[in-house]
Design a protein around this ligand. Structure first.
Ligand code: PLP
Length: 217
């Protein structure tokens, strides 16, 4: 299994960057992976997982949570406003806050429930038309809006364009976080998490390198 290999690569990358390995959280991205692979990674001790669909996560995580304690679930895919309630009930962290309407809905739910998952604002660092996230030039304004609503904002997240050098996007995301006083940096996937760690990633989202290739996506 790829888990121990990824853990040791994270350690090496963090140490090389003069950082502490424990300051980098590995999110094992289990979306569309067969349950037996997910169970094997749980057996190996991993407790932090990422899913990109609320519905899919709701279908299988209650079972795992009954069998394993201490599981933390991170939502890393787009969140529709009408799924927000289900998302805040199930997830510990949401990485994809990207618009005022969703922020307002989350604030209302937080009021009602007295709690809210930790939040990352997704930044569309490549300004790609098909990708979610706020544009870099709108980031500061949106972050201020989220804070004014009293939401527990911890950082920013990006998914670099496939055709670009990811380091440019990691550097940009780190700059946006720093100038807004945010410490959380959700960046880096199977192909580039070591580079992301060099640029300060606090949360790397690694799927296929741990679980193997996804059958579909
Ligand atoms: C699927 C996914 C990942 C993991 O991708 P891998 O290349 O399999 O590591 C990370 N982040 C997001 C937002 C994803 O949707």
């Amino acid at each position: 299994m790829g888990l121990t290999d990824i853990q040791s690569r994270i350690e090496t990358a963090a140490t090389a960057a003069g950082r502490k390995p424990e300051d980098v959280t590995l999110i094992a991205v289990s979306k569309v992976q067969p349950p037996e692979r997910v169970a094997a990674v749980l057996e190996a001790g991993q407790r932090v997982f990422g899913e990109n669909r609320v519905q899919e996560a709701a279908g299988r995580w209650p079972d795992f949570q009954a069998r394993f304690s201490g599981i933390k679930l991170h939502l890393i895919g787009p969140l529709q406003t009408n799924k927000a309630r289900q998302a805040v009930e199930m997830f510990d962290v949401i990485h994809t806050l990207d618009r005022p309407k969703l922020a307002e809905t989350l604030a209302r739910l937080a009021d009602e429930r007295g709690s809210c998952p930790d939040l990352f604002v997704q930044i569309n660092t490549g300004a790609e038309a098909q990708k979610a996230g706020v544009l870099p030039e709108d980031a500061d304004g949106f972050i201020a809006q989220v804070r004014a609503l009293g939401l527990p904002l911890v950082g920013v997240m990006c998914i670099p364009p496939v055709e670009d050098a990811p380091s440019l996007h990691f550097a940009l995301l780190a700059k946006i976080a720093a100038r807004n006083g945010l410490t959380g940096l959700s960046m880096g996937m199977s192909a580039d998490f070591e580079s992301a760690i060099a640029f300060g990633a606090t949360h790397v989202r690694v799927g296929s390198a741990i679980f193997g290739e996804r059958a579909y996506d």
